[in-house]
Each structure stands twice: as structure tokens, then as C-alpha cells.
Design a protein around this ligand. Sequence first.
Ligand SMILES: [Zn+2]
Length: 214
Amino acid sequence: MIDDRILALYELSQDMLFHKIPAGRLNYYIDGSLAAGEAAARQFSGCDIFDLYRQYGIVVDYRTNRSSSFGVTLRGQAVMGEKECRVELYTDSIRALVEHSNYDGLPELNYDRALRIHLSHEFFHFWEYKTGTSVTEQLDSVETIRLFGLSRKAKINRCGEVAAHAFAKRLLGLPCLPNLYDYIYLIGTGRMARGAFESRIETLTEILAPVKAI
Ligand SMILES: [Zn+2]
């Protein structure tokens, strides 16, 4: 199984500002994000995700195929507001994820499992909203520009995604961070070559390997 920290780094590496993270700070963002997701999941340990939606009055809005117009990765989105919190789900996209969830040694998804993963992910974002604690905001900013003594700073948005993956993993007892299923989907549908994925994992593993003592 691919290690959580590698899959967390994979997610982070897709952040627009990833290149602004100093190499020595990668562990800070990875571990901080994973820990935040896990800590939130511990509060709901043993809870059923459908019960949590009922308990907090979150509406699930099931929609059919929007995947073709919105790209492959949009399986839904959370709409948070004073009046209503709603999670929109695109059921065809979830089905497609299930169809392409076959990868060495990894348990294949069924529709219920994939749905729970998605609902758990979005519940984490709801929880960030409800408690006013955004993981992305809580972690340090990176410096994006330094010019004539001026410094601009920005947040790493993907930290919230890593935390949401960690939340779903722990709540549902998954064998891996669920973003792995996104990559398997891309491989299964021919959008990413398996070899390219494997060499990416190798590269990310090397980045996180402890510095060898000389
Ligand atoms: Zn998310």
C-alpha cells in the first residue's frame, strides 16, 4: 500500500504554490494536514456518515452526469451557508470512479463505499466551516514574492484536501488515503499512464526519504 505521507505529498504537489514550499518545510505541511484530518475524525469515531449528515442537517443533493462538462475530478461540491449546508453529488462520476478502482492489492470500491468516501470528505469541509477552523488557514503561509524588502505570503490550499482525505480514511477505516482512487481512475480511463504514475510515486518517495547520514 502506498504510504499516507506519499499520497499527501502527491496531493500537495498539485497545489499552485507547491514550488514555493521550501524542501525543509514539506514535512510540516504533510504532517500538519494529516494530523488535523485525523484529529477531527477521532471526534466522530464509530459514527455513520449518513447519521452525521442527518444530525447536522446537511442536505445531500444527488445529481446525474455533470462529469463531462466539469472534467473528471468533480464528483461533487459542498455549498455552505447560514441558511443551508448542502453537498451536491454527481452520481455518474461516482459510478465511474467505482468502475475504475481496480489496482494491485487495493480493495475495489463499490458504490456505497465510494459514496461514503465522498460524503466524508465533504463533511470534513463542513466541519471546518462550522467550527471556523480551516486547516489551510491554520498552517503557516509560504512566501511567494520577495522584492525590494517586500514580502507576499499565501496559503497552501491543498492542505485542506490532504486533511479531508485523512479524515475520510480514518472515519471509514480505509486502507489508504482515498485520493489514491483518483489516480487509479485516471490510469483506468487512460488519462494517465501507469508507468508515469509509478515513477511519480518513486520520485515523491525519494523526496520524503530521510537524508542519508554521510
Ligand atoms: Zn475537498
